[in-house]
Design a protein around this ligand. Structure first.
Ligand code: ATP
Ligand code: MG
Length: 154
């Protein structure tokens, strides 16, 4: 297989609800190679979002290891996890989490600037990315003036 971009090794995650323990992930192993397209399918409540949250470094598993581009993350501090997430992981959320007061273009520029890209270069890249998803004509719209699918593409 090609280079592993994401791997999970014996990942566990338990939620505590009062005295109850809910074992959502019990030793999950998963390896995804570069360029692979994978669908995670299962009934509601099975733990799909929980798995994504551990894989995307949004939550810490109780046990096991998550590797991003081969790099182990269990022992990283919050600052390093945040940096790795910003530089290597993208999410397309079911609900959009766009900043309502910023235009489509500004919503794409902002995360690049947080990652250290200069404003001018970020604007050029934003125009390219929005064109790729057919939104060149919508760059100046705020999220409230975009359709659901347009917001998701932004
Ligand atoms: N913070 C939490 N505290 C306690 N229990 C939680 C918490 N988050 C999720 N759960 C429970 O863990 C289980 C898995 O939730 P998860 O959100 O991963 O499911 P899912 O597979 O994404 O479901 P859906 O298809 O409905 O989105 C569910 O039973 C849920 O109620
Ligand atoms: Mg879910």
């Amino acid at each position: 297989m090609s280079e592993a971009v994401l791997s999970l090794e014996r990942v566990t995650r338990t939620y505590r609800q009062g005295s109850e323990r809910l074992h959502v992930l019990s030793g999950v192993d998963l390896v995804l190679g570069r360029g692979e397209i994978v669908a995670l399918v299962g009934p509601s409540g099975a733990g799909k979002s929980t798995l994504l949250h551990q894989s995307g470094l949004l939550e810490r598993p109780d046990g096991g290891e998550v590797r991003i581009l081969g790099r182990p993350t269990a022992k990283l501090g919050d600052v390093e996890r945040t940096r790795l997430r910003r530089e290597t992981i993208g999410f397309v959320y079911q609900f959009h989490h766009l900043l309502a007061d910023f235009t489509a273009e500004e919503n794409v520029v902002l995360p690049q600037m947080l990652a250290g890209t200069a404003r001018r270069a970020a604007r050029v890249r934003a125009a390219e990315l929005l064109a790729q998803v057919g939104l060149s004509e919508r760059q100046a719209h705020r999220p409230g003036k975009l359709s659901g699918g347009e917001q998701q593409r932004v």
